[in-house]
Design a protein around this ligand. Structure first.
Ligand code: 5GP
Length: 211
């Protein structure tokens, strides 16, 4: 019989570089990591594939999923619903997989209250500081000024939740590989090769962020 798997929660604000850091896991080649595919009511962005990146559903269907207990957690973010389907997650854990949930802080808190802490690895990913975050958000060129300000404000709020996570990692420019490797090491219970990306506490993170 397979050893029971784990849930790997990764949260991080817009501009934390979360999706770059997690890209190597998306190919499914890093065993035993798999991605949980969330349901959402937001519209697909160019290049996103239904069933791979998200299950894109209507508001009515999402509300039916809530009602029927098909989601293990859900939240509202920027006016849209997001949630983690329960069945596939439970099946993958039974199969011994490490299931990556790339979710925001509210959903992360719900998951943490539902699972045995030994079955969860949690990572909060942060940009190094406010200036870098602003530069990254502006550098995308696709966001409006109001959008940028909203994301900056939300990122500040999310920092406050970093204390919920067992691991706080900083994604410095051009060091996404170090973060990916650190996530693998943490999950396997090994030491991180680049301890300088590790933050000891929320206070240390906030100090770094604003200085
Ligand atoms: P985006 O629309 O940019 O893909 O995602 C917006 C936010 O929703 C991100 O912080 C992402 O991590 C989070 N998110 C994606 N799927 C889920 C989910 O199933 N549950 C929760 N709680 N958050 C999610």
């Amino acid at each position: 019989m397979n050893k029971r798997g784990k849930v790997l929660i990764v949260s991080g604000s817009a501009g934390s570089g979360k999706s770059t850091v997690l890209t190597p896991f998306k190919s499914g080649e890093i065993e035993p990591f798999v991605f949980s595919v969330s349901a959402t009511t937001r519209k697909a962005r160019p290049g996103e594939v239904d069933g791979r990146d998200y299950l894109f559903v209507t508001k009515e269907r999402f509300e039916e999923m809530i009602e029927k207990g098909e989601l293990i957690e859900h939240t509202t973010f920027n006016g849209n619903y997001y949630g983690t389907p329960k069945g596939p997650l439970e099946k993958q854990i039974e199969e011994g997989k490490i299931v990556i949930l790339e979710i925001e802080v509210d959903g992360a808190e719900q998951i943490m209250s539902l699972f045995d802490p030994n079955d969860i690895v949690s990572v909060f990913l942060s940009p190094p500081d406010y200036k870098t975050l602003e530069k990254r958000l502006r550098g995308r060129g696709t966001n409006t000024e109001a959008d940028i300000i909203e994301r900056l404000e939300r990122a500040k709020v999310e920092l406050e939740y970093s204390s919920l996570y067992k691991n706080i990692l900083i994604n410095y420019d051009s060091r996404a590989n170090d973060v990916t490797e650190a996530i693998i090491a943490i999950t396997k219970g090994e030491n991180i090769k680049t301890p300088d990306i590790y933050c000891q506490s929320k206070e240390q993170l906030i100090d770094k962020f604003y200085n």
